[in-house]
Design a protein around this ligand. Structure first.
Ligand SMILES: [Zn+2]
Ligand SMILES: [Zn+2]
Length: 422
Protein backbone atom coordinates (compact mmCIF):
# COMPACT_ATOMS: atom_id res chain seq x y z
CA UNK A 1 0.00 0.00 0.00
CA UNK A 2 1.42 3.34 -1.03
CA UNK A 3 0.81 5.84 1.77
CA UNK A 4 2.05 8.86 -0.12
CA UNK A 5 -1.02 9.32 -2.27
CA UNK A 6 -2.90 12.28 -3.49
CA UNK A 7 -6.39 12.82 -2.10
CA UNK A 8 -9.03 15.49 -2.65
CA UNK A 9 -11.18 16.64 0.27
CA UNK A 10 -14.83 15.61 -0.17
CA UNK A 11 -15.90 18.79 1.66
CA UNK A 12 -13.92 21.48 -0.19
CA UNK A 13 -11.99 19.71 -3.00
CA UNK A 14 -8.56 20.78 -1.69
CA UNK A 15 -5.76 18.47 -2.89
CA UNK A 16 -3.64 17.03 -0.09
CA UNK A 17 -1.13 14.23 0.32
CA UNK A 18 -2.08 11.17 2.28
CA UNK A 19 0.38 10.86 5.17
CA UNK A 20 0.93 7.86 7.48
CA UNK A 21 -1.03 8.16 10.72
CA UNK A 22 -0.38 6.93 14.25
CA UNK A 23 -2.69 4.21 15.54
CA UNK A 24 -6.28 5.51 15.94
CA UNK A 25 -5.15 8.72 14.26
CA UNK A 26 -7.48 10.90 12.22
CA UNK A 27 -6.47 13.13 9.29
CA UNK A 28 -8.53 16.28 8.82
CA UNK A 29 -8.67 18.68 5.90
CA UNK A 30 -6.52 21.73 6.63
CA UNK A 31 -8.99 24.06 4.94
CA UNK A 32 -12.50 22.87 5.95
CA UNK A 33 -11.73 20.50 8.85
CA UNK A 34 -13.62 17.53 7.33
CA UNK A 35 -12.35 14.09 8.36
CA UNK A 36 -10.33 12.82 5.38
CA UNK A 37 -9.35 9.37 6.64
CA UNK A 38 -8.53 7.42 9.77
CA UNK A 39 -5.63 5.07 10.46
CA UNK A 40 -6.21 1.64 8.99
CA UNK A 41 -6.48 -1.25 11.47
CA UNK A 42 -4.13 -4.17 10.79
CA UNK A 43 -7.09 -6.46 10.00
CA UNK A 44 -10.82 -6.03 9.77
CA UNK A 45 -11.52 -9.22 11.78
CA UNK A 46 -13.03 -7.25 14.64
CA UNK A 47 -15.39 -5.37 12.33
CA UNK A 48 -16.33 -8.64 10.59
CA UNK A 49 -17.09 -10.39 13.92
CA UNK A 50 -19.25 -7.48 15.10
CA UNK A 51 -21.13 -7.32 11.79
CA UNK A 52 -21.76 -11.09 11.72
CA UNK A 53 -23.14 -10.86 15.28
CA UNK A 54 -25.30 -7.90 14.19
CA UNK A 55 -26.60 -9.94 11.22
CA UNK A 56 -27.73 -12.81 13.47
CA UNK A 57 -29.32 -10.49 16.03
CA UNK A 58 -31.01 -8.41 13.33
CA UNK A 59 -32.68 -11.56 12.02
CA UNK A 60 -33.74 -12.50 15.57
CA UNK A 61 -34.98 -8.93 16.25
CA UNK A 62 -37.21 -9.08 13.18
CA UNK A 63 -38.71 -12.43 14.20
CA UNK A 64 -39.48 -11.55 17.82
CA UNK A 65 -42.21 -9.26 19.07
CA UNK A 66 -41.07 -5.79 20.06
CA UNK A 67 -43.94 -4.97 22.44
CA UNK A 68 -46.53 -7.08 24.24
CA UNK A 69 -49.79 -5.58 25.47
CA UNK A 70 -52.42 -6.91 27.84
CA UNK A 71 -55.85 -5.30 27.70
CA UNK A 72 -58.74 -6.77 29.71
CA UNK A 73 -57.35 -10.29 29.45
CA UNK A 74 -56.64 -9.93 25.72
CA UNK A 75 -53.06 -10.15 24.49
CA UNK A 76 -51.60 -8.23 21.55
CA UNK A 77 -48.05 -8.25 20.28
CA UNK A 78 -46.29 -7.26 17.07
CA UNK A 79 -43.01 -7.58 15.23
CA UNK A 80 -41.44 -4.72 13.30
CA UNK A 81 -42.61 -6.26 10.02
CA UNK A 82 -46.06 -6.62 11.59
CA UNK A 83 -46.22 -2.86 12.23
CA UNK A 84 -45.33 -2.18 8.60
CA UNK A 85 -47.96 -4.67 7.41
CA UNK A 86 -50.73 -3.13 9.50
CA UNK A 87 -49.93 0.37 8.17
CA UNK A 88 -50.07 -1.05 4.65
CA UNK A 89 -53.46 -2.68 5.32
CA UNK A 90 -54.81 0.67 6.56
CA UNK A 91 -53.99 2.21 3.18
CA UNK A 92 -51.00 4.11 4.56
CA UNK A 93 -48.62 2.57 2.02
CA UNK A 94 -46.35 5.65 1.66
CA UNK A 95 -45.61 5.49 5.40
CA UNK A 96 -45.37 1.70 5.39
CA UNK A 97 -42.81 1.80 2.57
CA UNK A 98 -40.81 4.53 4.30
CA UNK A 99 -40.65 2.57 7.56
CA UNK A 100 -39.79 -0.67 5.73
CA UNK A 101 -36.98 0.93 3.71
CA UNK A 102 -35.38 2.79 6.63
CA UNK A 103 -35.65 0.15 9.35
CA UNK A 104 -35.50 -3.22 7.57
CA UNK A 105 -34.18 -2.88 4.00
CA UNK A 106 -31.28 -0.42 4.47
CA UNK A 107 -29.84 -2.03 7.65
CA UNK A 108 -30.00 -5.45 5.89
CA UNK A 109 -28.23 -4.09 2.79
CA UNK A 110 -25.67 -2.35 4.98
CA UNK A 111 -24.89 -5.53 6.94
CA UNK A 112 -24.81 -7.67 3.77
CA UNK A 113 -22.46 -5.27 1.95
CA UNK A 114 -20.00 -5.10 4.86
CA UNK A 115 -19.90 -8.92 5.15
CA UNK A 116 -19.49 -9.18 1.36
CA UNK A 117 -16.39 -6.97 1.59
CA UNK A 118 -14.83 -8.29 4.78
CA UNK A 119 -15.39 -12.05 4.62
CA UNK A 120 -13.15 -12.59 1.54
CA UNK A 121 -10.46 -10.36 3.11
CA UNK A 122 -10.59 -12.51 6.24
CA UNK A 123 -10.11 -15.61 4.07
CA UNK A 124 -7.13 -13.96 2.38
CA UNK A 125 -8.84 -13.16 -0.93
CA UNK A 126 -9.96 -9.97 -2.59
CA UNK A 127 -13.72 -9.41 -2.76
CA UNK A 128 -15.19 -9.72 -6.26
CA UNK A 129 -16.02 -6.26 -7.63
CA UNK A 130 -15.81 -4.43 -4.27
CA UNK A 131 -16.97 -1.21 -5.92
CA UNK A 132 -20.53 -2.58 -6.14
CA UNK A 133 -20.69 -3.14 -2.38
CA UNK A 134 -19.09 0.27 -1.77
CA UNK A 135 -21.72 1.90 -3.97
CA UNK A 136 -24.48 0.17 -1.99
CA UNK A 137 -22.89 1.28 1.30
CA UNK A 138 -22.61 4.88 0.14
CA UNK A 139 -26.23 4.97 -1.03
CA UNK A 140 -27.78 3.35 2.06
CA UNK A 141 -25.61 5.10 4.69
CA UNK A 142 -27.88 8.15 5.18
CA UNK A 143 -31.07 6.04 5.31
CA UNK A 144 -30.30 3.39 7.95
CA UNK A 145 -32.00 4.50 11.15
CA UNK A 146 -31.80 1.71 13.74
CA UNK A 147 -30.85 4.17 16.51
CA UNK A 148 -33.83 6.42 15.74
CA UNK A 149 -36.06 3.34 15.77
CA UNK A 150 -34.75 2.41 19.24
CA UNK A 151 -35.67 5.82 20.65
CA UNK A 152 -39.07 5.61 18.95
CA UNK A 153 -39.72 2.25 20.63
CA UNK A 154 -39.09 3.85 24.03
CA UNK A 155 -41.46 6.75 23.27
CA UNK A 156 -44.09 4.27 22.04
CA UNK A 157 -43.78 2.22 25.25
CA UNK A 158 -44.47 5.33 27.35
CA UNK A 159 -47.45 6.32 25.19
CA UNK A 160 -48.89 2.79 25.25
CA UNK A 161 -49.02 2.78 29.05
CA UNK A 162 -52.18 4.88 28.71
CA UNK A 163 -53.98 2.03 27.01
CA UNK A 164 -52.73 -1.21 28.52
CA UNK A 165 -50.16 -3.10 30.53
CA UNK A 166 -46.99 -2.92 28.45
CA UNK A 167 -44.15 -5.44 28.42
CA UNK A 168 -41.13 -4.79 26.17
CA UNK A 169 -40.63 -7.86 23.93
CA UNK A 170 -37.34 -9.62 23.22
CA UNK A 171 -37.20 -7.87 19.83
CA UNK A 172 -36.63 -4.48 21.43
CA UNK A 173 -33.54 -5.75 23.30
CA UNK A 174 -32.26 -7.40 20.14
CA UNK A 175 -32.65 -4.12 18.21
CA UNK A 176 -30.74 -2.35 20.98
CA UNK A 177 -27.90 -4.88 20.65
CA UNK A 178 -27.88 -4.50 16.83
CA UNK A 179 -27.59 -0.73 17.26
CA UNK A 180 -24.56 -1.08 19.57
CA UNK A 181 -22.88 -3.73 17.38
CA UNK A 182 -23.31 -1.72 14.17
CA UNK A 183 -21.92 1.42 15.85
CA UNK A 184 -18.91 -0.56 17.14
CA UNK A 185 -18.34 -2.11 13.69
CA UNK A 186 -18.51 1.34 12.03
CA UNK A 187 -15.74 2.56 14.36
CA UNK A 188 -13.37 -0.24 13.32
CA UNK A 189 -14.16 -0.21 9.60
CA UNK A 190 -14.38 2.65 7.14
CA UNK A 191 -15.65 1.42 3.74
CA UNK A 192 -13.76 4.15 1.86
CA UNK A 193 -10.43 2.72 3.11
CA UNK A 194 -11.05 -0.69 1.65
CA UNK A 195 -10.16 0.46 -1.86
CA UNK A 196 -6.84 1.79 -0.64
CA UNK A 197 -6.16 -1.62 0.85
CA UNK A 198 -7.27 -3.77 -2.08
CA UNK A 199 -5.95 -1.67 -4.94
CA UNK A 200 -4.06 1.58 -4.68
CA UNK A 201 -5.36 2.50 -8.13
CA UNK A 202 -3.60 4.03 -11.09
CA UNK A 203 -2.58 7.55 -10.15
CA UNK A 204 0.81 8.02 -11.83
CA UNK A 205 -0.95 10.10 -14.44
CA UNK A 206 -2.07 12.72 -11.92
CA UNK A 207 1.24 13.45 -10.20
CA UNK A 208 2.67 15.67 -12.90
CA UNK A 209 -0.46 17.84 -12.81
CA UNK A 210 -0.26 18.81 -9.13
CA UNK A 211 0.66 22.47 -8.78
CA UNK A 212 3.56 23.65 -6.65
CA UNK A 213 3.28 24.56 -2.97
CA UNK A 214 3.14 28.29 -3.72
CA UNK A 215 -0.11 27.94 -5.62
CA UNK A 216 -2.88 29.42 -3.42
CA UNK A 217 -5.59 26.75 -3.54
CA UNK A 218 -4.69 23.60 -5.45
CA UNK A 219 -8.14 22.02 -5.70
CA UNK A 220 -8.83 18.94 -7.75
CA UNK A 221 -11.22 20.76 -10.09
CA UNK A 222 -8.76 23.61 -10.71
CA UNK A 223 -6.03 21.10 -11.54
CA UNK A 224 -8.30 19.25 -13.94
CA UNK A 225 -8.66 16.25 -11.64
CA UNK A 226 -11.84 14.43 -10.68
CA UNK A 227 -12.53 12.92 -7.26
CA UNK A 228 -14.58 9.71 -7.49
CA UNK A 229 -17.78 9.90 -5.36
CA UNK A 230 -17.62 6.18 -4.61
CA UNK A 231 -13.99 5.29 -3.94
CA UNK A 232 -12.38 8.72 -3.50
CA UNK A 233 -9.67 8.12 -6.12
CA UNK A 234 -8.33 11.30 -7.69
CA UNK A 235 -7.83 10.79 -11.40
CA UNK A 236 -7.53 12.54 -14.72
CA UNK A 237 -10.23 11.12 -16.99
CA UNK A 238 -9.54 10.70 -20.67
CA UNK A 239 -12.58 12.71 -21.65
CA UNK A 240 -11.98 16.43 -22.08
CA UNK A 241 -15.13 17.49 -20.30
CA UNK A 242 -17.35 16.29 -17.43
CA UNK A 243 -18.40 12.66 -17.61
CA UNK A 244 -15.28 10.51 -17.39
CA UNK A 245 -15.12 7.10 -15.73
CA UNK A 246 -13.19 6.32 -12.53
CA UNK A 247 -10.24 4.07 -13.52
CA UNK A 248 -10.51 2.11 -10.27
CA UNK A 249 -14.23 1.52 -9.75
CA UNK A 250 -15.84 2.54 -13.07
CA UNK A 251 -18.14 5.08 -11.41
CA UNK A 252 -19.17 8.04 -13.55
CA UNK A 253 -17.08 11.06 -12.58
CA UNK A 254 -18.41 14.56 -11.98
CA UNK A 255 -16.47 17.62 -10.88
CA UNK A 256 -19.45 18.55 -8.65
CA UNK A 257 -22.74 16.80 -7.90
CA UNK A 258 -24.77 17.30 -11.12
CA UNK A 259 -27.35 20.14 -10.95
CA UNK A 260 -26.62 20.40 -7.25
CA UNK A 261 -28.25 23.77 -6.51
CA UNK A 262 -31.29 23.26 -8.76
CA UNK A 263 -32.04 19.92 -7.12
CA UNK A 264 -31.49 21.29 -3.63
CA UNK A 265 -33.95 24.13 -4.34
CA UNK A 266 -36.52 21.74 -5.80
CA UNK A 267 -36.50 19.38 -2.81
CA UNK A 268 -36.33 22.28 -0.38
CA UNK A 269 -39.33 24.15 -1.78
CA UNK A 270 -41.41 20.96 -1.79
CA UNK A 271 -40.41 20.40 1.86
CA UNK A 272 -41.39 23.98 2.78
CA UNK A 273 -44.83 23.58 1.25
CA UNK A 274 -45.46 20.24 2.96
CA UNK A 275 -44.18 21.45 6.34
CA UNK A 276 -47.44 23.39 6.79
CA UNK A 277 -49.85 20.41 6.52
CA UNK A 278 -47.30 18.30 8.44
CA UNK A 279 -47.63 20.58 11.45
CA UNK A 280 -51.31 21.54 11.12
CA UNK A 281 -53.00 18.26 10.11
CA UNK A 282 -53.56 15.40 12.58
CA UNK A 283 -50.83 12.76 12.49
CA UNK A 284 -52.79 10.34 14.65
CA UNK A 285 -56.51 9.74 15.29
CA UNK A 286 -57.43 7.96 18.54
CA UNK A 287 -60.93 6.51 18.84
CA UNK A 288 -62.06 5.33 22.27
CA UNK A 289 -65.44 4.72 23.93
CA UNK A 290 -65.31 8.36 25.03
CA UNK A 291 -65.06 9.66 21.47
CA UNK A 292 -62.51 10.49 18.81
CA UNK A 293 -59.45 12.65 19.37
CA UNK A 294 -57.10 13.94 16.67
CA UNK A 295 -53.48 14.63 17.54
CA UNK A 296 -51.14 16.91 15.63
CA UNK A 297 -47.40 16.69 16.20
CA UNK A 298 -47.59 19.55 18.70
CA UNK A 299 -50.56 18.21 20.67
CA UNK A 300 -48.78 14.83 20.84
CA UNK A 301 -45.81 16.59 22.46
CA UNK A 302 -48.17 18.42 24.84
CA UNK A 303 -49.84 15.19 25.94
CA UNK A 304 -46.45 13.60 26.62
CA UNK A 305 -45.61 16.67 28.72
CA UNK A 306 -48.84 16.64 30.73
CA UNK A 307 -48.54 12.90 31.36
CA UNK A 308 -45.25 13.62 33.18
CA UNK A 309 -42.80 12.31 30.54
CA UNK A 310 -41.26 15.73 30.05
CA UNK A 311 -37.84 14.41 28.98
CA UNK A 312 -39.45 12.47 26.12
CA UNK A 313 -41.67 15.47 25.35
CA UNK A 314 -38.58 17.64 24.88
CA UNK A 315 -36.83 14.96 22.78
CA UNK A 316 -39.87 14.53 20.50
CA UNK A 317 -40.34 18.32 20.23
CA UNK A 318 -36.71 18.81 19.17
CA UNK A 319 -36.70 15.85 16.75
CA UNK A 320 -40.08 16.53 15.13
CA UNK A 321 -40.52 20.31 15.19
CA UNK A 322 -37.19 22.06 15.79
CA UNK A 323 -34.90 19.84 13.65
CA UNK A 324 -37.00 19.97 10.42
CA UNK A 325 -37.53 23.73 10.80
CA UNK A 326 -33.84 24.48 11.44
CA UNK A 327 -32.89 22.13 8.64
CA UNK A 328 -35.13 23.92 6.14
CA UNK A 329 -33.88 27.37 7.27
CA UNK A 330 -30.18 26.45 7.25
CA UNK A 331 -30.38 24.66 3.91
CA UNK A 332 -32.14 27.70 2.46
CA UNK A 333 -29.34 29.90 3.76
CA UNK A 334 -26.66 27.53 2.39
CA UNK A 335 -28.28 27.24 -1.04
CA UNK A 336 -28.99 30.99 -1.19
CA UNK A 337 -25.48 32.08 -0.13
CA UNK A 338 -23.91 29.58 -2.54
CA UNK A 339 -26.18 30.73 -5.36
CA UNK A 340 -25.02 34.32 -4.73
CA UNK A 341 -21.40 33.08 -4.71
CA UNK A 342 -20.89 34.42 -1.21
CA UNK A 343 -17.42 33.93 0.24
CA UNK A 344 -18.49 34.67 3.83
CA UNK A 345 -17.45 32.19 6.57
CA UNK A 346 -17.00 29.17 4.25
CA UNK A 347 -15.61 27.01 7.03
CA UNK A 348 -18.62 27.60 9.28
CA UNK A 349 -21.01 26.98 6.39
CA UNK A 350 -19.28 23.65 5.63
CA UNK A 351 -19.63 22.67 9.29
CA UNK A 352 -23.30 23.66 9.24
CA UNK A 353 -23.81 21.36 6.30
CA UNK A 354 -22.14 18.42 8.05
CA UNK A 355 -24.28 18.96 11.17
CA UNK A 356 -27.43 19.04 9.00
CA UNK A 357 -26.53 15.74 7.37
CA UNK A 358 -26.24 14.10 10.80
CA UNK A 359 -29.25 15.64 12.56
CA UNK A 360 -31.90 15.24 9.85
CA UNK A 361 -32.54 11.53 10.37
CA UNK A 362 -33.79 12.06 13.95
CA UNK A 363 -36.94 13.67 12.59
CA UNK A 364 -38.12 10.18 11.63
CA UNK A 365 -38.79 9.58 15.33
CA UNK A 366 -42.48 10.52 15.26
CA UNK A 367 -43.14 8.44 12.14
CA UNK A 368 -41.86 5.31 13.90
CA UNK A 369 -43.82 6.08 17.07
CA UNK A 370 -47.05 6.46 15.08
CA UNK A 371 -46.30 3.23 13.18
CA UNK A 372 -46.02 1.26 16.40
CA UNK A 373 -49.10 2.81 18.02
CA UNK A 374 -51.21 2.17 14.92
CA UNK A 375 -50.12 -1.47 14.82
CA UNK A 376 -50.68 -2.16 18.51
CA UNK A 377 -53.70 -0.15 19.59
CA UNK A 378 -56.42 -1.99 17.68
CA UNK A 379 -58.87 -3.03 20.39
CA UNK A 380 -62.10 -2.69 18.40
CA UNK A 381 -64.64 -0.49 20.18
CA UNK A 382 -62.36 -0.04 23.23
CA UNK A 383 -59.57 1.95 21.59
CA UNK A 384 -58.18 2.26 18.07
CA UNK A 385 -55.38 4.42 16.73
CA UNK A 386 -55.08 5.32 13.05
CA UNK A 387 -52.48 7.37 11.23
CA UNK A 388 -53.73 10.77 10.04
CA UNK A 389 -52.94 12.62 6.78
CA UNK A 390 -50.42 14.81 8.64
CA UNK A 391 -48.20 11.77 9.14
CA UNK A 392 -47.77 11.31 5.37
CA UNK A 393 -46.96 15.01 4.93
CA UNK A 394 -44.52 14.83 7.83
CA UNK A 395 -42.77 11.73 6.42
CA UNK A 396 -42.49 13.52 3.07
CA UNK A 397 -40.90 16.57 4.76
CA UNK A 398 -38.28 14.38 6.43
CA UNK A 399 -37.44 12.57 3.17
CA UNK A 400 -37.42 15.78 1.10
CA UNK A 401 -35.10 17.64 3.51
CA UNK A 402 -32.77 14.64 3.51
CA UNK A 403 -32.78 14.57 -0.31
CA UNK A 404 -32.14 18.33 -0.38
CA UNK A 405 -29.14 17.93 1.94
CA UNK A 406 -27.81 15.00 -0.12
CA UNK A 407 -28.15 17.02 -3.35
CA UNK A 408 -26.20 19.98 -1.99
CA UNK A 409 -22.47 19.91 -2.78
CA UNK A 410 -20.42 21.66 -0.05
CA UNK A 411 -17.53 22.10 -2.50
CA UNK A 412 -19.59 24.79 -4.24
CA UNK A 413 -19.15 26.95 -1.12
CA UNK A 414 -15.38 26.84 -1.65
CA UNK A 415 -15.62 27.36 -5.39
CA UNK A 416 -17.11 30.80 -4.65
CA UNK A 417 -14.22 31.58 -2.28
CA UNK A 418 -11.70 30.78 -5.02
CA UNK A 419 -13.68 32.74 -7.58
CA UNK A 420 -13.55 35.76 -5.23
CA UNK A 421 -9.79 35.35 -4.82
CA UNK A 422 -9.09 35.73 -8.52
ZN1 LIG B 1 -11.67 20.28 2.94
ZN1 LIG C 1 -13.94 5.30 -8.03
Amino acid sequence: MDEARLIACHGCDLLQWRAPLSERGTARCRRCDAVLYRSLPATYDRALALTLAAAVLFAVANCCSIVELWVKGAFVDTTLLGTVASLWRDGMWPLASLVFVTTILTPSLNIAAVIYLLLPLHLGRSPYRPELALRVLRQVAPWGMVEVLMLAMLVALVKLEHFATVVPGFGIWAFGAVMVLLAAAAVSFNPADICTRIDSGPDDNVLSLVPGKNEATPTAARTGLFRCHDCGLVSKPFAHFQGGICPRCNAVLHLRKPHSLARTWAFLSAAMVLYIPAVLLPVMVTSTVFGTKSDTILSGVASLWTSGSWVLAIVVFIASVVVPMIKILLLTYLAWSTQLRSSVVPRIRTRMYRALELAGRWSMLDIYVITMLVALVQFGSLATIDAGPGAIAFGAVVVLTMLAALSFDPRLIWDAVEWEGE
